[in-house]
Design a protein around this ligand. Structure first.
Ligand code: LLP
Length: 417
């Protein structure tokens, strides 16, 4: 639905850097951050868009960061976020996971990065490797919601979080292992239905109560991420004041239980970056197949996986170089990959859904909207396609923030061993 750039700007960037190309708008990111300023801590879930320059922009705006792998911790450090100091509440980086390999364990111990644990085994391993380490507990409250089954992170079919009835066992593991409890965290899914919010907040208050009754103190609660964005006309736009109000009320209830002030964190990915980004591709062929008209472009699901993976809908527009408007026609927009599912206009289960688009011809630009989140960060090298370049636009300044990968770089990993 959203494209912050003018056609002339996009043509100039495509001419300069080639396609496929990711383009992000800094002003949109800053505006989304401002909408969440009522929370004590905004912690960016960098998996949504982890380019170091985007992380720096976040840091400059006072946004902290979540990491879910050793690589994401090293990215956050490279972007200037500080390693931990044992001051849990204000730590720049928190590591969230359900499982930790040995290298990651060594990394969180070395950089004193608080760990948001989604399994009790993680607590045992951490206690051994890093006595006194600060931890959050990520709890699965027994229900969840997401824009697709694949992004629902609560309930018994989700692998995420410590099951709510195991809270006491987790607290015991913290005590036995000499770890320090920083806070409780819940993230029940990505692309949430706000109808669930009251239930989520209520569950958090009950978890705080049980934690306190077990004799533990804590410093903060985290609302997780999950805030959706309007991908298409008619999609709900989140009322961030209402969202904060419900969580703030839960925080106050929790403060009454623990008897002191508690920090309130939020951990969005999509909300902060999705609308800032577009993916540019060039139309390379058009053809008909029975009742379908195909528009084939030079970008595929190796760049933007969301339509193939979840049946996600992204707004699209065709830009002609001469600026002329073209009559709409129904088209299936597909990529260059050698795989039938490489189609951007599809529904859940891979059903091809032709979309009314300006009639496209070879050489036109295709702009795919709202791709700032889970676009570039989910890209792959499938079909030996190099990762695309990324550009950040900030007012009048435009910066290449990742150069295009080369095939030679890819081959280099395998040759000359
Ligand atoms: N916190 C935790 C622990 C998470 O697992 C996630 C996302 C977030 C925060 C941020 O969620 P957000 O605010 O972005 O909804 N690839 C999918 C989304 C997967 C989200 C995974 N976890 C997509 O393209 O829709």
């Amino acid at each position: 639905m959203s494209n912050p750039f003018s056609p002339a700007q996009l043509w100039a960037l495509a001419d300069q850097h080639g396609t496929p190309l990711w383009v992000y708008d800094a002003a949109t990111i800053r505006a989304r951050i401002a909408q969440l300023k009522a929370f004590d801590t905004i912690r960016f879930a960098q998996k949504a868009c982890s380019n170091i320059h985007i992380l720096r922009l976040m840091r400059e705006q006072g946004v902290k960061v979540d990491a879910v792998s050793r690589g994401e911790i090293l990215r956050a450090l490279a972007a200037g976020y500080a390693a931990g100091h044992g001051d849990d509440l204000h730590s720049d980086i928190v590591f969230t996971a359900d499982v930790m390999d040995e290298a990651t364990l060594a990394c969180v111990a070395e950089h004193k990065v608080p760990v948001n644990a989604g399994s009790i085994d993680m607590l045992h391993q951490l206690a051994q490797a890093s006595p006194g380490h600060p931890v959050w507990l990520r709890i699965n409250p027994g229900f969840g919601h997401g824009h697709s089954n694949k992004t629902n992170t609560g309930g018994e079919h989700s692998k995420h979080g410590i099951w709510h009835s195991d809270l006491l066992a987790a607290l015991q593991a913290i005590r036995d292992g000499g770890l320090k409890l920083a806070g409780l965290h819940m993230h029940i899914g990505s692309g949430v239905d706000y109808g669930h919010l009251q239930q989520v907040c209520g569950a958090m208050v009950e978890l705080v109560r049980a934690t306190r009754q077990a004799g533990h103190d804590l410093q903060a609660i985290s609302a997780g991420g999950g805030l959706s964005i309007p991908y298409r006309d008619g999609d709900a736009t989140i009322d961030t004041a209402h969202y904060h109000g419900l969580w703030d009320a839960a925080r106050k209830d929790a403060e009454a239980i623990v008897g002191h002030a508690l920090g309130l964190e939020i951990e969005p990915g999509r909300f902060l970056v999705a609308e800032s980004g577009v993916l540019l591709g060039q139309v390379r062929a058009t053809k008909n197949a029975g009742s379908n008209h195909f528009v084939l472009v030079d970008t595929g699901f190796n760049e933007l996986m969301r339509p193939s993976m979840y049946g996600s809908w992204h707004g699209m527009e065709v830009l002609r170089r001469d600026g002329q408007a073209m009559p709409l026609r129904d088209a299936v927009v597909a990529g260059p990959l050698c795989e039938s599912g490489d189609v951007f206009t599809q529904g859940d289960g891979g059903v091809v859904l032709p979309r009314a688009l300006a009639g496209a011809s070879v050489g036109d630009l295709l702009v795919i909207h709202d791709t700032g989140a889970y676009g570039s960060s989910m890209s792959s090298n499938y079909n030996t396609r190099p990762l695309a370049a990324e550009v950040l636009v900030d007012g009048d300044s435009t910066r290449l923030i990742r150069r295009r990968q080369t095939v030679e770089e890819l081959l280099g990993l395998e040759l000359g061993l």
